[in-house]
Design a protein around this ligand. Structure first.
Ligand code: NAD
Length: 337
């Protein structure tokens, strides 16, 4: 059993904790939180031992009726691995704590790539994380792009990727983010930083990205143009993507014409929190002109990186190979439509 602690229990952390709990080869030994908010109460109801992330705030938990198991450094000392799910920039500050206790750690995509020895996407570079002590699971957007690029690269070879990322303004609970009523080129400088992030997974790839932010919380949508090394047919690309477990090619005729209906679809299917762990590619959008492939995909920013964190743990501990780990993760979480 790999003993896992989760430091930072927000959007990503609570999902990682549930995913760890669902694995037969992992034990969730605790979660660390900064404050006893509603998520802390839910964690306690789920039976997750609670640790105070900021020692001076420990008394707040007792006042809120939550018994804590200890403070974060005790969780770090006890764990075989910590999954750090704190806000961007805090993870890098926490690295020293993990090093002090000789506890390996996984960081999230909001951190710079130099926070860890390797940037990780299970489909694309599982083996790069073998035996690594510090791994960064790349961002939701980079995960979504990598899952498409890896099979295209293997099957046809990729000359160049151009991607426009229409990004949600904030997650549903982030009521201070926006825009509320605008369409922002964001970042305004092109090409955007997203392309270089994808190159942490595919160092030799030619990729340019542009970003926008829109008044939505549900998902990101990518408009993708990939120039392949050979002429292809849309039908062949579609068959290739349909063979990918973490890509859902939305069939024509379902009436799923946007991110809103995709989220309804996930909720109707009884998925936890309405999560869509898979890239959602509109089948009808897969279009080909010679070597140029075009498609639209939606990425559920809150959940696509969750299976990747689980696979990163197995890669670091060298307990399963790529295929077995991804299959086990998908089966236990319910990934794959
Ligand atoms: P979040 O704000 O929802 O959750 C972060 C949690 O960490 C909060 O509960 C916060 O109180 C807590 N925290 C703050 N300081 C802490 C500290 N010093 N110690 C322990 N906990 C602390 O953030 P999130 O959206 O879950 O993002 C976490 C990481 O995941 C970031 O690197 C982010 O870029 C990345 N990420 C986020 C998304 C997304 O869409 N939400 C997608 C992919 C990756």
């Amino acid at each position: 059993m790999i003993r896992v602690g989760v430091n930072g229990y927000g959007t990503i952390g609570k999902r990682v904790a549930d995913a760890v709990e669902a694995q037969p080869d992992m034990e969730l030994i605790g979660v660390a939180k900064t404050q006893p908010n509603f998520e802390a109460h839910t964690a306690v109801e789920r039976g997750y031992p609670m640790y105070a992330a900021i020692p001076e705030r420990s008394p707040l938990f007792a006042e809120a009726g939550i018994d804590i198991a200890g403070e974060v450094d005790e969780l770090v000392a006890e764990a075989d691995v910590i999954v750090d799910c704190t806000p961007s920039g805090i993870g890098a500050q926490n690295r020293e704590l993990y090093e002090t206790h000789h506890t390996p750690a996984i960081f999230q995509g909001g951190e710079d790539s130099d926070v860890a020895d390797v940037s990780f996407n299970a489909r694309s570079n599982f083996d790069a994380a073998r035996d690594a002590d510090y791994v960064r699971v790349v961002s939701c957007n980079t995960t979504g792009l990598s899952r498409i690029i890896a099979p295209l690269e293997e099957e046809y070879g990729v000359d160049k990727v151009r991607a426009t990322l229409v990004r949600r303004g904030g997650d549903p609970g982030q009521n201070s983010r926006g825009p509320i009523n605008d369409i922002l080129p964001n970042p305004i400088k092109v090409p955007s930083h997203h392309g270089p992030d994808v190159k942490t997974i595919f160092p030799d790839l030619e990729i340019d990205t542009l970003g926008l932010k829109v008044p939505a919380t549900l998902m990101h949508v990518h408009a993708l143009n990939v120039t392949l090394e050979d002429d292809v047919t849309g039908a062949h690309v579609r068959q290739l993507l349909e063979g990918e477990d973490r890509v859902y090619v939305i069939p024509e005729g379902l009436g799923i014409d946007g991110a809103g209906k995709l989220k309804d679809f996930a909720l109707d299917a009884g998925r936890p929190r309405g999560d869509m762990w898979e890239n959602c590619v509109w089948g009808e959008s897969i279009g080909v002109n010679g070597r140029d492939l075009y498609l639209f995909q939606a990425i559920h920013q809150e959940s696509d990186v969750i299976p990747e964190n689980i696979d990163a743990i197995r890669a670091m501990f060298d307990t399963e190979d790529k295929r077995d780990s991804m299959e086990l993760t998908d089966r236990t979480l319910g990934v794959g439509i």
